[in-house]
Ligand binder design. Structure first.
Ligand code: SF4
Ligand code: SF4
Length: 388
């Protein structure tokens, strides 16, 4: 099982409480971005292109805890930038553990071994390192634009596992991803001893003139059907099993954009982790001010048309789980009958072996930048947009 029972229980009781109190819009995971700077410069990153005065800024421990208490979500994901570069990351983690929040500390793991050797963190059921891994060595090093990064991350992961830490991986897939290489990567991560893996399609920014690098809904279903059908017994995913069925095209969900609210140095980001349409000062303002009907696949908003990203749709899967007997049964079935035997997907995997994939095919989201507007909001654009 990819998620510990204590965490499942905490989330289940929290969601049930929200449903019993008829709270329709509740947060599940707070996306706490304490900084934007990083020790990598991935070509497709939407954070590190902020101007230097923004990259130098950190959220204080006090601001982080204020946001955590205001939001009340039982899980806190700490993306960035690279959180291990934050001067108070130890205190932030300690304070979250003291609040019994389940933490996903997202890291590229370049500094992980060094920080663990220095005794920065203590193993806890509340703390999981969520390591950014974009596939096998060749694919990962290409995606993050630096050779040797995969190997460094593996050293960090092995050290953390050996010390008794919870370790998960998070992988984003783009158009042209090699499904066979993804399956090999899953085997490798299980061998290294990670607790569970998270996968998600990348988000297709509508401003990008070249949409070829992004997965459309149909291609997302096709890709994930190949990757996640005929599942190997040992694979563990740190995700809702019915969200994985959604990626495979086996069920449909609508987005829950308030499920993973984002807080960073600008405030609470409207409306979701992916779209940056301004900021408000409090979580309650976020819930009250955003016209939520304008978002999600069914809204007809072109920005949401092809989005199937986990931060929007996994909260829906979790909420559905506790919506009644149907939701619980769907999860039980997905956990028991988890091989998803599918001869058609197997045949397509064989076909894919004859096609070019990976770095040779220029597969990652190269050339993106971020435009920061005077009000602090920003949009991700192709660098060619700026050049024009
Ligand atoms: S590791 Fe993450 S935050 Fe750092 S540059 Fe790459 S995508 Fe951006
Ligand atoms: S579908 Fe949801 S998560 Fe995706 S961009 Fe729209 S609001 Fe954000």
């Amino acid at each position: 099982m990819g998620v510990p029972l204590s965490q499942m229980w905490t989330v289940a009781s929290y969601v049930l409480k929200q449903r019993l109190s008829r709270n329709q819009r509740y947060p599940l995971v707070l996306m706490l971005e304490p900084l934007f700077r990083c020790n990598l410069a991935c070509a497709g990153c939407g954070k590190i292109q902020y101007p230097p005065h923004i990259l130098k800024r950190d959220l204080s421990l006090e601001d982080c805890m204020k946001a955590v208490d205001e939001c009340g979500a039982p899980m806190v994901s700490i993306p960035g930038g690279e959180p291990l570069l934050h001067p108070q990351i130890r205190e932030i983690v300690e304070a979250l553990v003291a609040r019994k929040k389940y933490i996903y500390l997202c890291t590229n793991a370049i500094l992980l071994k060094e920080k663990l050797d220095a005794g920065w963190f203590k193993p806890s059921k509340y703390l999981s390192f969520s390591v950014h891994m974009d596939g096998t060595q060749e694919n990962h090093d290409f995606a993050v634009c630096r050779e040797g990064t995969f190997d460094k991350a593996i050293v960090g992961i092995r050290k953390a596992v050996e010390m008794g830490f919870r370790v998960t991986t998070n992988t984003t897939l783009f158009e042209g991803a090699d499904p066979n290489a993804c399956r090999t990567f899953f085997d490798e991560m299980m061998e290294v001893g990670v607790e569970g893996m998270m996968v998600s399609p990348g988000y297709a920014y509508d401003k990008a003139p070249d949409q070829n690098g992004f997965l459309q809904r149909k291609t997302t279903h096709d890709l994930f059907e190949m990757i996640l059908s005929n599942r190997k017994k040992g694979w563990r995913f740190n995700q809702s099993p019915i969200f994985l069925e959604f990626l495979m095209g086996k069920r449909d969900f609508e987005c829950t954009p308030w499920g993973n609210p984002t807080f960073n140095i600008f405030g609470w980001q409207k409306p979701c982790y992916l779209l940056q349409e301004g900021y408000v000062d409090s979580f309650q303002e976020l819930i009250d001010d955003v016209d939520w009907d304008n978002y999600g696949h069914a809204s007809g908003n072109p920005k949401c048309a092809n989005c199937m990203v986990h931060c929007g749709y996994e909260p829906t899967a979790v909420d559905y789980t506790f919506s009644g007997f149907g939701g619980i049964w769907a999860n039980i079935k997905a956990m028991i009958f988890n091989s998803y035997a599918n001869p058609r997907a197997e045949a397509r995997l064989e076909e894919e072996k004859t096609k070019p994939h990976g770095p040779m095919e220029h597969l990652v989201q190269l050339g993106f930048g971020v435009d920061v507007k005077p009000d602090g909001s920003s949009v991700v654009v192709r660098e060619t947009d700026n050049a024009a």
